[in-house]
Design a protein around this ligand. Structure first.
Ligand SMILES: [Zn+2]
Length: 438
C-alpha cells in the first residue's frame, strides 16, 4: 500500500493555536511549529491550510444508511460520500434496514460493505428486539461478539416501550460494555400522530404528538438504567421537559447521555403551517421554547452530542400530502453548518465545545477509540473547515441519493473543504476524490 503523506501548514486548531501537522502512513505523525524543514520534500505533499480550522473528523452516532434493503434511498457507499462531504469520518448505521440488523450476519454484512466503500468508518448498530418488533430480545451478544463488534443497540424508528424488554436489554449489554440508544416515544400516546401537539396542530387539524409521549419514556428509562447500573443513551431529544429530565439525572450522577439533531436546534412546528412534508420528521419539530431549551442544553453539556438522524427517503414519499408522507430528513452534509449557525455564530458555544459535542463525545460513547481527537501516533481522521466561507444549500449537488433536506436554498456558514480518513484525502477542496483506503 502506498499512501500520500501530507504536511498541513498553518493549521488553526479549535483552541486558536496555529500549528503544522505531518500525516504519514495514515497516522498523525507530528503536531508542532514549523515542521517544514523536517517533513517537506518529495515524501510529503504540502497543503497550506492558510489558518483555516483543522478539527478531528466528526462522528455521528445516528445515521440511516438504508442498506441492505432500501438502496434506492441510500447505500453505504452513497451515505459514506455524504458523510465525508459533511466532515464526518465515522458514522453509526441504524438497524432499521431490511433485513433488520438484528443478527451477526447482517451487522457483519454492513461492516463489510462499509469497508468496501472505504471512505469513512461505518459502525453498525444492532437492533434491540427481533425485527424491531418489540417482542423478543435480538441476539445482542452474538452481534457484540461478531466481527462487527457491535456496542450500540437501538430499535430506532421504534421505541422499546415494553419495560420488561427494556430492563432485560439494559441488563444484557452490561456484560460487554454496551449501551442502549432509546428512541423515546410511547407508542400508545402517538398512534397516528403527525406533528407536535399544540396550537399549530389544532389549527392545521393534524393529529398531535404530545411532548409527554417522549418525556414519560425518558423519565422511566433514566430511572431504570440507574437502578440497573447500565448505560442509556437517549436519541434525539426534542422537548424542554426532556432536557430538564436529563439535567436532573446528571445532577444525581446517573450515567445517561443524550443527543440532539441539527434540525431540532433550528426549526419549529411553525414550519408545518404550509403542509410541506419536507418538515415531517420523527420526533416532530417542536416550539421555539423547546428549541431554546435544546440550544441551552447543548451549550451547557446536559445534551452530550449532536447526531444527525440522517434519514434519506425517495422523492415520491415526500412529494405527497402530509399525512401520507414519510417521516425524516437528510442531514449529514448540512449538520456542521447548522450547528455553527445556531450555536457558534450566535456565541452560545465555542469551537472547542463544538469538537467535544460533534466528535470527541460521540467517539467516547460509541467506543470509537481512533476518532474524536488529533493526536500524534493516532489514525489521521482530520477535517479542514473554512469558517469565513458561506455556502448555499443545493440538494441537487448533494452526495446523498436522497433529496429530502429542509435546508434547500439556506445560506449557511462554515464550508468543509477537506476530509482525511486514515490519512487519505477523501475530500479535497470540496470535491470527493475517489481516493480509497485499501
Ligand atoms: Zn429515532
Amino acid at each position: 500500500m502506498t499512501t500520500t503523506n501530507y504536511l498541513l501548514r498553518n493549521a488553526r486548531l479549535a483552541d486558536g493555536s496555529i500549528v503544522d501537522i505531518a500525516i504519514e502512513d495514515g497516522l498523525t505523525r507530528r503536531i508542532g511549529n514549523d515542521l517544514a524543514d523536517q517533513f517537506a520534500g518529495e515524501a510529503f505533499e504540502t497543503v497550506d491550510v492558510n489558518k483555516n480550522l483543522v478539527l478531528p473528523g466528526l462522528v455521528d452516532l445516528h445515521t440511516h444508511l438504508r442498506e441492505p434493503g432500501f438502496e434506492g434511498s441510500e447505500t453505504i457507499l452513497s451515505g459514506s460520500k455524504s458523510a465525508v462531504k459533511g466532515g464526518y469520518t465515522a458514522v453509526s448505521a441504524m438497524a432499521n434496514t431490511w433485513p433488520v440488523a438484528d443478527s451477526a450476519g447482517v451487522v457483519e454484512q454492513v461492516a463489510r460493505l462499509a469497508r468496501d466503500a472505504g471512505l469513512c468508518d461505518v459502525f453498525p448498530i444492532g437492533a434491540v428486539t427481533v425485527g424491531l418488533k418489540g417482542e423478543a430480545l435480538a441476539e445482542l451478544s452474538a452481534m457484540a461478539n461478531s466481527a462487527a463488534k457491535v456496542r450500540i443497540f437501538s430499535d430506532d424508528g421504534n421505541c422499546v416501550s415494553d419495560p420488561v424488554l427494556m430492563r432485560r436489554a439494559l441488563e444484557y449489554v452490561k456484560s460487554f460494555g454496551g449501551v442502549i440508544a432509546q428512541h423515546a416515544q410511547e407508542p400508545r400516546l402517538t398512534h397516528g400522530s403527525q406533528m407536535n401537539e399544540g396550537a399549530i396542530s389544532s389549527k392545521l387539524g393534524l393529529k398531535g404528538w404530545p411532548a409527554i409521549a417522549e418525556e414519560s419514556i425518558i423519565a422511566r428509562d433514566i430511572l431504570m438504567a440507574h437502578y440497573l447500573q447500565s448505560r442509556l443513551h437517549i436519541c434525539h431529544l426534542t422537548t424542554r421537559g426532556g432536557v430538564e429530565l436529563v439535567r436532573w439525572a446528571k445532577s444525581q450522577g446517573m450515567a445517561v447521555t443524550a443527543e440532539v439533531t441539527p434540525h431540532h436546534l433550528i426549526l419549529t412546528d411553525e414550519s408545518a403551517s404550509g403542509f410541506d412534508p419536507i418538515y415531517k420528521v420523527n420526533p416532530p419539530l417542536r416550539t421555539s421554547e423547546d428549541v431554546q431549551a435544546l440550544q441551552d442544553g447543548l451549550a451547557d453539556g446536559t445534551i452530550d452530542i449532536v447526531a444527525t438522524d440522517h434519514a434519506p427517503h425517495p422523492n415520491d414519499s415526500k412529494d405527497c400530502e402530509w399525512s401520507a408522507a414519510s417521516f425524516g430528513m437528510i442531514g449529514l452534509e448540512t449538520s456542521l453548518s447548522v450547528v455553527v449557525k445556531t450555536m457558534v455564530a450566535s456565541g452560545k458555544m465555542d469551537w472547542e465545545t463544538l469538537v467535544e459535542r460533534m466528535s470527541a463525545a460521540p467517539a467516547r460513547i460509541g467506543g470509537y477509540s481512533s476518532h474524536g481527537k488529533i493526536l500524534e501516533g493516532a489514525p489521521a481522521h482530520i477535517i479542514i473547515v473554512d469558517t469565513t466561507g458561506e455556502w448555499k444549500v443545493d440538494r441537487e449537488l448533494m452526495a446523498s441519493k436522497s433529496r429530502n433536506t429542509p435546508f434547500q436554498d439556506y445560506v449557511l456558514p462554515a464550508v468543509v473543504t477537506d476530509t482525511f480518513y486514515n490519512g487519505v484525502r477523501v475530500l479535497k477542496d470540496g470535491e470527493l476524490t475517489g481516493a480509497k483506503y485499501e
